[in-house]
Design a protein around this ligand. Structure first.
Ligand SMILES: NC(=O)c1ccc[n+]([C@@H]2O[C@H](COP(=O)([O-])OP(=O)(O)OC[C@H]3O[C@@H](n4cnc5c(N)ncnc54)[C@H](OP(=O)(O)O)[C@@H]3O)[C@@H](O)[C@H]2O)c1
Ligand SMILES: [Zn+2]
Length: 366
């Protein structure tokens, strides 16, 4: 056993896992490499739900050459029958001698059971190498599988003075075209995009992914609209083939409106709420129940403020463009009451920043 060799093969398995980014949800991103006598005899990754797991792809490629080999796997192998048979059984059956697993699967039906079963079969198991890479790659899956609600990433485009629109609510365009292209890349990594109804009414966005890297990817568009003010002539209805439209409204919203919107191709889901808006926890639970594991929250100001005040956002991207707008009426992305003492401020951690053209992109976690 050589830690450098082990991490090199595991890095390779991670590179494979990353190929499924944006496609495997609500399943995790997993890669596997099988090595026998210093030769790579099999490799694979889990492409999408219903397709074989990474280990199964790699074992199939290895065939008889798996016997006596080492399996490098980015996530603990499964022990349960899902859409495919348990990978632990396949590893045992193939007579793998050793497994190097990067991270435990937090899924309660797998967690530590995969390791236990491998060890019981006499297979040497090591766990934890390069684990931090998984914490990042599978951040959405880890939250979704343990809490049954999606991982929430907020994205907002601001000026240097923190505005997300002018005093006439115009926001096209605050950021540069390259930054907007980057946002399309980000959208593709998510299952859904979420906005408040005012953004639909004011901007009439189609909320699709327009980037060659994501051809064929469908993104669910989620809109919070308590009273079903959604205009029936919104452009988004012309893009039904790009992804579902989910409209959340209040239980008391008029039936005839919801019927009209459903006739236009949207799905309307009712939930409770009050004057401040719909119950966000209920919205998230409903999204989780619909196998949406990651959501990009794109605003506007009222919606973002609600999510931030309730401390529901996990990760944030703020794009800052070198423009000044000014004006008390021009919105920022975090309004509401505000905090009184600095120690109560929301604080981003693990902050990273980079530039695209003249824009600064700040990424951080709550
Ligand atoms: N620069 C950027 O990144 C960016 C991004 C997006 C939008 N914008 C700009 O932002 C402006 C719109 O922002 P906005 O603040 O007026 O509206 P918004 O956040 O788009 O929509 C807010 C509306 O959503 C509904 N809603 C339902 N449940 C809610 C809840 N729990 N919390 C908050 N809202 C809830 C409410 O209407 P009901 O009570 O009728 O349900 C609320 O008035 C637009 O001008 C747009 O251009 C900028
Ligand atoms: Zn499996």
């Amino acid at each position: 056993m050589n830690i450098n060799i082990d991490s090199a093969y595991l890095q390779m398995a991670y590179s494979l896992a990353e190929k499924a980014l944006g496609w495997a949800s609500p399943n995790p991103y997993v890669g596997a490499v099988i090595v026998n006598k210093d030769q790579i005899v099999g490799y694979g990754y889990h492409e999408s739900p219903g397709k074989p797991h990474a280990e199964a792809v790699a074992l199939k490629m290895a065939g008889k050459r798996a016997k006596g080999g080492t399996a490098y796997i980015t996530l603990e192998p499964c022990v349960h029958f899902g859409r495919t048979p348990p990978c632990v059984d396949s590893l045992i059956f193939s007579k793998i001698e050793r497994t190097v697993i990067s991270s435990l699967d937090p899924n309660p039906i797998v967690n530590k059971k995969g390791l236990k079963k491998l060890r019981q079969a006499g297979i040497n198991v090591s766990i934890g190498l390069l684990e931090s890479r998984n914490n990042r790659l599978n951040e959405a899956y880890f939250k979704y599988i343990t809490q049954n609600i999606p991982f929430l990433t907020a994205k907002t485009a601001t000026t240097q003075d923190g505005k997300i629109a002018t005093n006439t609510m115009s926001s096209k365009w605050i950021s540069s075209s390259s930054t907007r292209e980057y946002v399309h890349l980000l959208r593709g990594e998510h299952d859904a995009i979420l906005v408040g109804i005012n953004t639909i009414i004011r901007d009439d966005p189609i909320l699709t992914i327009r980037h060659p890297n994501w051809e064929g990817k469908r993104l669910t568009r989620v809109i919070l609209d308590s009273h079903l003010r959604f205009p029936l002539n919104s452009k988004i209805f012309q893009t039904l083939s790009d992804g579902n439209i989910l409209i959340f409204c209040h239980e008391s919203a008029p039936d005839d409106r919801s019927k009209l919107l459903e006739d236009h191709g949207a799905r309307v889901i009712r939930c409770s709420g009050n004057a401040a808006g719909l119950d966000l926890i209920q919205v998230l639970q409903e999204l989780g129940a619909n196998e949406i594991s990651s959501v990009l929250v794109e605003g506007g100001s009222r919606l973002m403020t609600s999510f931030l005040e309730k401390k529901l956002i996990d990760k944030m991207y703020i794009t800052i463009s070198p423009k000044l707008i000014g004006g008390k009426e021009a919105p920022t992305f975090f309004e509401g009451e505000g905090i009184s003492v600095l120690r109560d401020s929301l604080r981003l951690k693990k902050v990273r920043s980079f530039t695209i053209d003249e824009d600064i992109i700040v990424e951080g976690y709550f």
